[in-house]
Design a protein around this ligand. Sequence first.
Ligand code: ZN
Length: 307
Amino acid sequence: MELKEIAPEIFCLKVAIDLSEEHVNLYILRGKVPTLIDAGTNTPEVYQAIQEALQELGIQRLEQVLLTHWHVDHAGGAENLRKDGARILIGKRDYEEWVDFCSGKSFKVFEEYAGQVWGVPPEQLAMILKYNKKLAYLTALPEEVAKIEVGEVIPAGNGTLKTILTPGHTAGHMSYYEEDLGLLFSGDFLLPDVVPYPGAWLENGAIVSGLPSYMRALERVEFLGAKAYFPAHGNARRTPASRCMEIRNQILRQIDRYTPSGSVYAGGLELSKGHFNPLSAFAYMHYVFGWDSLKFPSTASKTASMS
Ligand SMILES: [Zn+2]
């Protein structure tokens, strides 16, 4: 575990995880309202690292855990911290996705949809599902959560955090903004080294890509006036506005260059140069689906509707 003060009374705790990313950053705000942003995976190692960090900082009890999104490397360990007395806060839509993941509903939807609409062959589909189902061991749905309102201002540390809805990677992804210092805790919304893959979710019975809402969120955050951002993976950086612009331009260039070559599965496979890997295939298909929905909005919504 690596603990570093990144702003007065604000600390970054970098913990190792065994996933596509090797580390996840959790942020601790010391002071009147001891707060943790994101909880890591549900593993003894991560729990231990958090306890050690709290001890080192002289924090007796965490008041609250603010989750950026429900994915296992960010929210997985929250239930352990709730049992220790912390309040767990998460965006409403993300909580629903988390429930669907834990109940297995999202696997069922993905299986149907990816097989029928994205054209994933049965054998490859089984491999993707197997990988994703394995992730369920890394998360525990808390018995009780508080659902965050958009724009809510939450006392945290010695100041406040404003909740900024930044969907795309997940439907209810939240970023937390320390307005006085101009610091944005950006979760997987804004990453310094990669473009987060756009998620897909059910909306009125149809699967939609997160990419259009992601593009809008990038535009909003570009004009937030934040001075620096603290991402969930990689190092803190200055000028989040320029990173927003950079990612938007990168996505627009990809869409421009992209020519659909059949199914979403075929497009995803092309991105991985014909080599199938369950993890990258999952992410690549989400890109292709997103590009499709931005390039040909009408076709994408037509093929996306499920009976
Ligand atoms: Zn992540």
